[in-house]
Design a protein around this ligand. Structure first.
Ligand code: SAM
Ligand code: SF4
Length: 331
């Protein structure tokens, strides 16, 4: 698909055809199965200043937390108990967690559960040596969203950071043999349809194993508090386009979708997504992982929460999967 056509679809050229093609491809490659990823958000401390994110270091009103080794392992245990096949270890860019510490966690997970669980890391920008050591220790996947491929917008949104550094890391992760995930934020302030269309195209040229596209949700303690949310229909169009351009990749229907509208995650599954990523962060700190409003608001226990999400998936006619959920390989 050419850039012009992607832009036309983003602008609503033919939603019926777009959504039904996304659905058809998801159905063909993944059937009704929905892979689950249990996300352990182990620290909300971040040294970065991303304009969109509630965890940015300049948000002095947020109470900060760090989970210790045992607390992280308890959360991983809950992922296993919930019959979820992948654990995602996610945090702000928090240098407190050293190369050795993360390696120790990965090795412990492998020692306890062998290869019955996939380990995804989502720790932001880290060095080649760290990424290599964690891969060697048994990590399977790494998530690093580019957020946008527009250099100017990127610089504005992530002060002090350069797009090419992020892209270089994606290349390194691929070379190290990770399954690599990236993605964009739909409707970042300043993102035109042209930029979004180009983002979708660029993402699809990277050969990614996972691609996430959640809508922008303004956080009242960030400089972007006054902007509007990303558009739900455009977010759905983005999912469908990503499925069409990347039929074999894992595509989540993100929790940011659910912040826009209660059943939006199901709508995302229908038009092409095949992954849901519930938080399994301990209740005592869960609400503090406040990237955007509406995230992690539940007061229920992790097991109750996961069961609720499984029920939502089932009652929409999908099957919550217990599998590790690797991307599909082309035959
Ligand atoms: N610190 C790591 C990083 O930035 O890669 C991982 C954690 S970060 C909170 C995970 C993702 O949250 C980011 O990649 C970004 O896409 C998303 N995010 C942050 N603020 C957001 C917002 N206001 N609306 C939608 N997504 C947001
Ligand atoms: Fe930090 Fe990630 Fe939030 Fe940026 S998006 S402020 S790197 S947690």
């Amino acid at each position: 698909m050419k850039l012009r056509e992607i832009k036309e679809f983003i602008q609503g050229k033919d939603d019926e055809a777009l959504f039904s093609e996304g659905e058809k491809l998801r159905e063909k490659l993944f059937g009704k199965e929905v892979y689950l990823r249990g996300v352990v958000e182990f620290s909300n401390i971040c040294k970065e200043k991303c304009l969109y994110c509630g965890l940015r270091c300049q948000n002095s009103e947020l109470k900060r937390y760090r989970l210790n080794f045992d607390e992280i392992m308890e959360s991983v245990e809950l992922v296993k108990k919930s019959k979820i096949g992948t654990v995602v270890l996610q945090s702000g860019n928090d240098p407190h967690y050293t190369e050795e510490f993360i390696e120790k966690i990965i090795k412990k997970i492998r020692e306890k559960y062998g290869n019955t669980i996939a380990i995804t890391l989502s720790l932001g920008e880290r060095s080649y040596d760290e990424l290599k050591r964690w891969k060697d220790a048994g990590a399977n996947r790494y998530l690093l969203k580019v957020e946008t491929f527009d250099e100017e917008l990127y610089r504005k949104m992530r002060p002090g950071r350069e797009l090419k550094e992020r892209l270089k890391l994606i290349e390194i992760l691929m070379k190290l043999g990770y399954e690599v995930g990236s993605g964009v934020i739909v409707g970042l302030p300043g993102m035109t349809d042209e930029i979004l269309a180009n983002d979708i195209l660029e993402l699809s040229l990277l050969g990614l194993h996972m691609i996430a596209s959640g809508p922008f949700i303004p956080h009242n303690k960030t400089p972007l508090y006054d902007y509007s949310c990303g558009d739900l229909t455009k977010s759905l169009r983005t999912i469908a386009l990503l499925r069409i351009l990347n039929p074999y990749s894992n595509i989540p229907s993100t929790s940011a979708m659910a912040s826009l509208e209660k059943d939006a995650r199901v709508q995302g599954l229908i038009v092409g997504a095949n992954v849901i990523m519930p938080s399994v962060t301990p209740l005592k700190v869960r609400k503090l992982y406040n990237i955007y409003p509406g995230k992690n608001e539940s007061d229920s226990s992790t097991l109750e929460d996961v069961n609720k999400i499984k029920e939502i998936i089932s009652s929409a006619g999908f099957i919550p999967s217990e599998s590790i959920g690797n991307y599909k390989k082309k035959n």
